[in-house]
Design a protein around this ligand. Structure first.
Ligand code: SAH
Length: 296
């Protein structure tokens, strides 16, 4: 998995850690009966509306106990079966309630290992993939050369996230980082992430330092660079030079990268060694939304 190794078929992602190390709603109301004189109007949509009301009632957090820590623990047990073993990563998944980040209609799927739509054609990534990427950052080789005690509690140091989306991953990263800077190019999603993190703030006793930035993540965020860790939730044809420039010595970048134009994406790992040199490695096939330039 190191630079210069011949190309080979991408392996399934996530990898095992040892492989990685080598390199409310009220009840339904009766449909109103509109009358013209003694005659009742036919309302063909009424029963559909009632079905929708019933569906919403069954998928709200109250109905399915989504606020229970046990639901998150079950998800974490599945992550462990998928090879996630880093305790800080597992703890973050226990702490952050994913159902707070998805639309009401999707709440009953919030703790399944699946990507879910968050609007504007974007998706919140699968928990197993997010966890595996975070674990890759936690085991960066550069961490060993940093002697500060705080590093062990905040193994991601100062972290840059490209693609805030709904803010879920930013919240997870916040538990492992001294500070997270998370950039989103779609204004409405940036505002959604902001609102979600405000809601989360009321649930958490200790609020991590997460800064949401509206902008084009392809240029990184120079004012707070360098970053010990960089993670991208969208994949392009090449790693933007700004990300490489903003990666600190001992730092690690994890991002999906297109192998061929419009082709498969492979998770790419870039380490900046303490001497400043760069080392590339690959960690299996992934499928992320495209990295796009500019803002909307
Ligand atoms: N981490 C997110 C997943 C977001 S999906 C979550 O937990 O919800 C990927 C996101 O990357 C999308 O919201 C998309 O708009 C964003 N994106 C794509 N290209 C970008 C760019 N150049 N700069 C910033 N965000 C970008």
């Amino acid at each position: 998995m190191s630079a210069g190794q011949p190309d080979r078929k991408p392996r399934r992602f996530p990898l095992q850690l040892d492989q990685v190390a080598t390199v409310k709603s009220s009840g339904p109301k009766p449909a109103p009966v509109a009358q013209t004189g003694a005659r009742e109007l036919l309302r063909p949509q009424a029963h559909l509306q009632q079905i929708e009301q019933d569906r919403r009632r069954h998928t709200t957090p109250q109905g399915v106990g989504m606020d229970s820590i046990h639901v998150r623990r079950r998800m974490v047990e599945r992550l462990m079966l998928d090879g996630i073993s880093h305790q800080h990563v597992l703890d973050a998944f226990v702490r952050v309630p994913r159902h707070l980040f998805v639309d009401t209609a999707l709440v009953n799927q919030a703790y399944e290992d699946t990507s879910l739509p968050i609007g504007l054609g974007q998706t919140i990534s699968k928990p197993s993939v997010v966890a595996a990427m975070m674990q890759l950052l936690c085991v960066r080789p550069g961490l060993q050369v940093q002697a500060e005690v705080t590093v062990t509690h905040k193994p991601l140091g100062q972290c840059l996230e490209i693609g805030s989306g709904c803010g879920y991953q930013a919240a997870l990263l916040g538990h492992l980082s001294r500070r997270v800077v998370s950039i989103e190019r779609l204004r409405d999603l940036h505002l959604k992430a902001r609102a979600n993190l405000d809601t989360l703030r009321q649930h958490l006793p200790e609020w991590p330092d997460v800064r949401l930035v509206y902008g084009d993540g392809m240029i990184g965020h120079a004012p707070l660079a360098p970053y010990d860790t960089i993670i991208a939730a969208a994949g392009g044809a090449a790693l933007p030079q700004a990300w490489i420039d903003q990666l600190a010595p001992g730092g690690r970048l994890v991002a999906p990268l297109e192998e061929a134009r419009g082709g498969t994406q492979v998770l790419t790992i870039l380490d900046r060694l303490p001497d400043g040199s760069l080392q590339h490695s690959r960690a299996g096939a992934v499928l992320f939304v495209p990295l796009k330039s500019g803002t909307t």
